[in-house]
Write a protein that binds this ligand. Structure first.
Ligand code: LP5
Ligand code: MN
Length: 243
């Protein structure tokens, strides 16, 4: 039996030590029993560039992932809107294979499309415009040329702005757009879809051109630790016991 686990939106940071401990227990427990672990973005509260591996916190998280990979669980990573600056330095340190978003893969003989999920929120025009800017090669090069401390300060200012804006945006705007979901499913041959970002864990079904497609939304790690486990018999949500 082939077992794959999926997580996203942990937003790991030193100020949330209980969740960090839970993640480390997950890596040395459930994840070791699996064939593959897929991280679908926003593993970190934010990632300011691969030189932030100089932070002992970031280095320790990557080392724990590398230990898992070295023990035989394949680790794959799709970047989220918080950690899209993770690059080859992160990949080397964590042992993770970096996947594109979206990534169409085979999970226990089922075609499965993996995404972070932010691109599905196409009604959030302000975010999509921001995303277009910061995902350009030019912006990335210019931003990464700034000193690390300056990048962190800018990101923290942006985090505050983002939190303020989220108070004003409607819940509907910050959820996926059904037409965008259908378009993505159609253009990838009607696979199963797994994504995070919206922090609204649920199992949806979408009828697209007569095909019934499953959409599994991953949960965040604010209330508890949780993951999606998929094998030949399908997928199910799993909650980690509190430490
Ligand atoms: O992250 P989350 O889930 O709380 O909110 C997201 C969207 N917000 C973001 C911003 C990140 O949280 C900030 C951390 C990014 C770290 C990456 C480093 C590189 C960027 C550094 C730039 C200085 O992604 C939020 C969505 C929400 O998901 C739900 O989908 O609504 O989007 C926003 O709040 C964005 C605003 O609507 C638009 C912000 C415009 C800011 C313009 C000034 C910044 C100038 C930077 C250069 C263009
Ligand atoms: Mn996200």
């Amino acid at each position: 039996m082939s077992v794959a686990l999926f997580i996203s939106d942990l937003h790991l940071c030193p100020t949330r030590p209980a969740i960090v401990r839970l993640f480390e227990e997950f890596l040395s427990g459930q994840a070791r029993q699996a064939d593959a672990l897929y991280i679908l973005g926003d593993l970190f509260e934010y990632w300011a560039g691969d030189d932030s591996l100089s932070d002992t916190f970031n280095a320790a998280i990557c080392a724990a992932l590398k230990d898992l990979a070295d023990r035989g669980t394949r680790v794959s990573f799709i970047a989220g809107n918080r950690d899209f600056l993770a690059d080859t330095g992160f990949a080397m340190a964590s042992g993770a294979e970096m996947l594109t978003d979206p990534a169409l893969i085979d999970i226990a003989s089922s075609a499965t499309l993996l995404m972070h999920g932010d691109t599905l929120c196409s009604d959030d025009a302000a975010y999509q415009a921001f995303r277009l800017t910061v995902r350009s090669a030019e912006w990335r090069t210019r931003f990464l040329a700034l000193p690390l401390a300056e990048r962190k300060a800018q990101i923290e200012a942006l985090r505050r702005k983002s939190e303020n804006e989220k108070q004003i945006k409607s819940a509907a705007i910050m959820d996926v757009n059904a037409t965008t979901v259908a378009t993505v499913l159609r253009s990838h041959g009607y696979p199963r879809l797994i994504h995070g970002h919206t922090h609204r864990p649920a199992h949806h079904t979408h009828a697209v051109d007569g095909h019934i497609c499953e959409r599994w939304v991953l949960g965040d790690w604010y209330g508890n630790g949780n993951y999606l486990r998929c094998d030949e018999s399908g997928c199910r949500y799993m909650i980690l016991p509190a430490p």
